[in-house]
Design a protein around this ligand. Structure first.
Ligand code: SAM
Length: 214
């Protein structure tokens, strides 16, 4: 995964490559998919959701510019795989998942891997996590129609946010840096994520939301 998918596409940060080399991706998915666990693609994790493509996990993590001291907010725990990568690279990860069964499964897997710096909450992540704000970094692993105001308010000055923004079927991965109270955004790449569902995003899932998106 590291040598064939990440380095050739320009992921250079050794800490990220080491973290991805260390965390066993197959543990986060059903045994039926283990033969494809390290492939260059997203995979289904049930509940019409997915574990993201390894390259997308690496790209989003790299853009957060983590040094090891940060408190990170993750929206969309999913399988917990991205959460584990963040926990390898930051001080503490606050992760929100709206689907209870996924949050519980991720918690069990992450406990089994002995991660002590992860808190997971079942909630609508479009509110952010006001009680624990502000955060040094925010990563949103589902596609939003627009950037929820809570993320702007809950990001520290100088903090980084990564979020896919667009319509239900395709988005642009945006990186924002908070400066002077506002956020300056740059576009990283086009992408396809499952929708961010909540009070300040898409209102419900639709039949057209495909299973194998990020
Ligand atoms: N990064 C995850 C991984 O590696 O497994 C993949 C996350 S998956 C692409 C997106 C997740 O966002 C889904 O599990 C979905 O249920 C969750 N989600 C969507 N809207 C949400 C919301 N408002 N709050 C919290 N989680 C949400």
């Amino acid at each position: 995964m590291v040598d064939e998918q990440l380095i050739p596409r320009g992921i250079m940060d050794k800490r990220i490559l080491d973290a991805i080399g260390k965390v066993p991706r197959h543990i986060f998915i059903e045994e039926a998919f283990w033969d494809r666990a390290y492939g260059d693609h997203a995979l289904p994790i049930g509940e019409r959701q997915s574990i993201s493509q390894p390259y997308m996990v690496a790209l989003m993590t790299e853009a957060l510019e983590l040094t090891g001291t940060e408190r990170v907010l993750e929206i969309g725990t999913g399988s917990g795989y991205q959460t584990a990568i963040l926990a390898e690279l930051a001080a503490k990860v606050y992760s929100i998942e709206r689907i209870k069964v996924l949050a519980h499964r991720a918690r069990m897997i992450l406990d089994g891997l002995n991660y002590l710096n992860i808190v997971i909450k079942v909630f609508d992540g479009t509110y952010g996590w006001p009680d624990e704000a502000p955060f040094d970094a925010i990563i949103v692993t589902a596609g939003a129609p627009a950037i929820p105001q809570a993320y702007i308010e809950q990001l520290k000055e100088g903090g980084r946010i990564i979020i896919p923004v667009g319509d239900r079927s395709s988005q642009v991965l945006k990186k924002g840096v908070k400066m002077g109270g506002g956020i300056v955004f740059t576009d990283l790449t086009s992408c396809i994520f499952v929708p961010l569902i909540g009070a300040f995003a898409w209102k419900k899932e639709e039949d057209s939301d495909r299973r194998n998106n990020n």
